[in-house]
Structure formats: C-alpha cells, structure tokens
Design a binder for this molecule. Structure first.
Ligand code: AMP
Length: 282
C-alpha cells in the first residue's frame, strides 16, 4: 500500500493510473477502522482496480469540540488492517493540506430540507463540514466509484446531493451496515463506551428490529413512543427516533402500508452518541 500525505502527489499518481484505464474506487474515513470500514474496501475491490482509502478526522464536521478531541486514533492498526485487506492507497492529509486557508469562513452549501432534520437538526453545521471535506476529497481523488456506509444514511443522501452539485459523474454505492454479533452497529465511537454501556448499546438495534417486526399501516406514533421508552429505560438520552420515507427522509406519521420506511435513531449513552438505522419495510 502506498501512503500519500500530499494531494498533488496523489493526484499525479492517480492520473497515471487513469491513463492506463484503471478504475478508481474511493473510501473516505476518519480512521479507527473496524470491519464496517473494511467492508467498504472489499466492496470497492469488487468494482474497481485501485482502491483509495482516506483517513482524515475532519475538524469542520464536529459540532461538539469534546467529540473531536476524544475521537479515537489507531493509525498503526489502521494501516495494518488496510494492508491486510489489500487497499492500494492510503491518503493521509493534514488539516493544512485539506484547508490551506484555515478552517474558518469556508464555503457554505444550500442543502435545504436535508439539513433541517435528524442529524442536520441535532448537529448544527455537521453536514456543512461533511460537504466541505468531501468536496475537497472528491476533487483530489476524482474517483470513478465512491463507497459509503448505510449506517450514516443521511450522510449518504447529502453526499449524493453534493456529487450532483459538483456535476461529478462518480457512481455512488451505499454499503450495508456491519454489526457486532449482538446487533450493535460497528462504529469507531463504540470503543469509547465503558463496559457497562457497551452491554446496553445493542438496545438500539433491538428497538429497530422491534419496529421492523411490528410496523403496520396506520399511525406510527405509538411504535415510535415504545421505542423511545425502551431506550430511556436502558439509560439512553434519545435525540430522535424517526420513521421516514426511505427516499427523502420526510417523516411518516401515518404509513400507507406501501411506501418504503426507514427507522432512524440517535441517542447518547453517557457522553457517547450512537446512531443507527434500518429499513423496516420490504
Ligand atoms: P467514519 O470513519 O465514521 O467517517 O466512516 C467512514 C465510512 O464508513 C462512512 O461511509 C460510514 O458510513 C462507513 N461506516 C461506518 N460504520 C459502518 C458500519 N458499521 N458498516 C458499514 N459502513 C460503515
């Protein structure tokens, strides 16, 4: 695996590969890699010739400075795992490389409705940061295919919007969420959970499964309330439990029994914020 720290050198290398008809797949991450990230790399290997993974903990997408400060860093292990998985390139830029003019007064994006709901509402500025970093990464890597996880469902929608906004022909692929044996969605933040909270954390998955098993046409508020109560009983502080149209994330209060529904949860256990989602209809 080749490690690049400079965008210019990476760009030259990829240009050469492209001129040899090599198809480029890109997997952006913030490191502290787990099997969920590696599933993206493996999916990229199925579809492309050169897999480029980036590790960059983007300061502009953290609305909570404490979350940024405590974001796990396991770089040596990450490099080892990427090598074992057969990734070709790791892009490891510094903050200065990504934001040579500094991180203040950056461009803003008009994400409209998408930014007013769920993660957009609870993490003000988060998706601006996602767009700021992704627009730079996309321009630096210029991938044929981009691989991102369903675990960050709304982020997938934001980045698909961004690709259109940038008029990039990049193919976007959403990769299914990888879970621990007890159902907990793999996440870099899981390693910050104390043992007792780690045991409680799969309750989010159980609530999503409960919704999936019990959803019926008609009002969804009582199912939503049941889920919230279940999590609160376990000691979670719930930001939201939402049932929404899978294609637009518009909330669904009264389900027609046909429209594909996605259930989304964000909740704190102690100071660790966990998110997850599941398509709960066929
Ligand atoms: P992050 O490092 O958290 O920014 O995540 C980098 C990419 O990995 C994003 O596209 C995430 O959606 C994806 N990802 C994170 N967790 C998982 C998971 N459990 N399964 C599949 N993809 C994931």
């Amino acid at each position: 695996m080749i490690i690049f720290k400079q965008a210019a050198a990476l760009g030259r290398y990829l240009e050469k590969q492209r001129s040899m008809q090599q198809k480029i797949g890109f997997i952006p991450t913030m490191g502290a890699l787990h099997q969920g990230h590696l599933a993206l790399v493996k999916e990229a290997q199925k579809h492309t010739d050169i897999t480029v993974c980036s590790i960059f903990v983007n300061p502009t997408q953290f609305n909570d400075p404490n979350d940024f400060k405590k974001y796990p860093n396991t770089l040596d292990k990450d490099i080892h795992q990427l090598e074992q998985t057969g990734a070709h390139i790791l892009f490891l830029p510094s903050v200065h490389e990504m934001y040579p003019q500094g991180i203040h007064h950056l461009e803003q994006y008009d994400l409209g409705y998408l930014e007013t709901i769920l993660e957009g509402a609870y993490r003000p500025g988060h998706f601006q940061g996602v767009c700021q970093v992704m627009s730079r990464l996309l321009q630096m890597v210029n991938p044929d295919d981009l691989f991102m996880g369903q675990k960050d469902y709304q982020q997938c929608m934001v980045v698909q919007w961004l690709l259109k906004h940038l008029s990039m022909p990049t193919r976007f692929e959403t990769v299914a969420t990888r879970r621990e044996a007890d159902g907990l969605a793999m996440s870099s933040r899981n390693m910050r959970l104390p043992e007792a909270d780690r045991k409680k954390a799969p309750a989010i998955y159980q609530v999503l499964e409960h919704i999936r098993r019990h959803i019926t046409a008609g009002p969804l508020s009582s199912l939503q309330q049941e889920g919230r109560s279940l999590l609160e009983k376990e000691g979670f502080k719930v930001d939201y439990i939402s049932m929404a149209a899978a294609d637009s994330l518009a909330p669904i209060d009264n389900w027609d029994g046909k429209e594909p529904v996605i259930a989304l949860v964000a909740a704190f256990l102690g100071e660790v914020r966990l998110i997850d989602n599941m398509q709960v209809t066929k």
